[in-house]
Design a protein around this ligand. Structure first.
Ligand code: GUN
Ligand code: ZN
Length: 429
């Protein structure tokens, strides 16, 4: 039995736009008790310390803040090296930057190098779980699974399916896409903490035949994830309407091919109507809110209140390399600004929810991760309010945990992540 003493904060539900205090628990002097990699108990030190078994180890991190490990609902590991590429909206950005970067993954050794660098960056930013795009190359999925598996991380990923409107070097076809995805599911899905996501890039780069194949594969594997992009950019949406004239909407394309269901996660979801939102909610699809990408690529503003009012599961995604940071604290700060521009609020506790429990719900993993309910896996992040001179100064002017967390998410960088823990063991720090 191991206990960590620090301030401890976690969400039990969505705190909402008014930050309902019943939706989170905060223990200023708290204890997180871990047994065999899982949460045994969480609560105030004065209550829990006395009843720990005599041989328990207590690690004193007083002054730090323990939160559940961050969960990134949408990110592309092959785009790690092109973050911050200048001046293009989605379709040009893909051609100019993303596709050339992904072509380099024809080399399995290169894919492995980037995969290890990527998971190390996740941990440096306090992220313990992610839903990850590979490239079209099957070995890109092997590379990211091997890297995450070596660190004991819970991670979901897949090889991209892409057979049209893309460079020849990045093209598969329905048959090879099916065979390779199936082999990857057999090899990795449910292997330790790893899971597979069937990953059609987006409706623009898959033929109707390939989308139908992806739907069939999903039906054969009801517990694998589906991961794609949806309604990000106006030019993209126009092209898709031309390509699929019989579909009512972009979402309807996926729905017609049986790709809208529980465990289907859609990045962006910017330009949707009420009917789309009602359908997505009813079928159990989830949204990844990627504010740094949506601002950087000039794509649009995510309407969180409308999505949540429709009952859609939502979590934050960094969408690196269209997104500009792997930090979910930095991502939360941009989410606040995106909502502010639409005259909505994003209190710090709701931002924390979107990066932890809400994201776990979006991935249908909330029975395993997302908060410190006893029995869940002990993945957590230790934040340092004094990680930089400026955050240390700013904290002196913050009265409550809400104020401290909000200022931290506005100012934080990786200096404010003291350590990151996987199944109760320190994996970074
Ligand atoms: N839509 C299709 N592919 C991509 C991608 O790589 N990044 C983003 N942001 N949107 C996409
Ligand atoms: Zn993306």
């Amino acid at each position: 039995m191991q206990a960590l003493r620090a301030s401890v904060l976690h969400c039990l539900a969505d705190p909402g736009e008014k930050s309902n205090p019943a939706a989170f628990e905060y223990f200023e002097d708290g204890l997180l008790v871990v047994d065999a990699g899982h949460v045994a108990e969480v609560g105030p030190t004065d209550v829990l310390l006395g009843r720990l078994p005599a041989d328990s180890q207590v690690l004193d991190h007083t002054g730090k803040l323990i939160v559940p490990g961050f969960i990134d609902c949408h990110v592309h590991f092959p785009q790690l090296d092109i973050i911050g590429s200048y001046g293009a909206q989605l379709l040009d950005w893909l051609n100019q930057y993303a596709y050339p970067a992904e072509m380099k993954f024809a080399d399995p050794g290169y894919a492995r190098d980037v995969a290890h660098a990527f998971v190390d960056e996740l941990l440096r930013n306090g992220t313990t779980t992610a839903l990850v795009f590979g490239t079209v190359h099957a070995h890109s999925a092997d590379a990211i699974f091997e890297a995450a598996g070596a660190r004991g991380m819970r991670l979901v990923a897949g090889k991209v399916l892409m057979d049209s409107n893309c460079p020849d070097e990045l093209r598969d076809d329905s048959e090879t896409g099916y065979a390779e995805s199936k082999a990857l599911i057999d090899r990795w899905h449910g292997n330790g903490r790893l899971g597979y996501a069937i990953t059609p890039r987006f409706a623009l780069t898959s033929s109707a035949e390939q989308l139908a194949m992806a739907g069939r594969l999903a039906a054969e594997h009801p517990d694998v994830w589906i991961h794609t992009h949806l309604a990000e950019n106006h030019d993209e949406i126009e092209e898709i309407a031309r390509q699929f004239p019989d579909s009512r909407s972009y979402l309807d394309v996926y729905d017609q091919f049986d790709l809208l269901r529980e465990r289907a996660v859609f990045a962006h979801c910017l330009h949707m109507d009420d009917e789309d939102r009602a359908t997505m909610s009813k079928k159990g699809g989830a949204a990844a809110f990627c504010p740094t990408s949506n601002l950087f690529l000039g794509s649009g503003l995510f309407d969180l209140p409308a999505m949540r009012a429709a009952g859609i599961r939502c979590g934050l995604g960094t969408d690196v390399g269209g997104g500009t940071s792997l930090s979910l604290l930095a991502t939360a700060s941009e989410a606040y600004k995106v909502l502010h521009l639409q005259e909505h609020a994003l209190p710090a506790m709701r931002a924390l929810y979107l990066a932890t429990l809400g994201a776990a719900e979006a991935l249908y993993l909330d029975d395993k991760i997302g908060n410190f309910v006893p029995g869940k896996e002990a993945d957590f992040t230790m934040l340092d309010f004094e990680g930089s001179p400026l955050t240390a100064r700013r904290m002196r002017a913050a009265a409550s945990i809400d104020e401290k967390l909000f200022a931290l998410m506005t100012l934080a960088d990786d200096r404010n992540v003291a350590s990151t823990w996987i199944l109760g063991d320190e994996a970074y720090g």
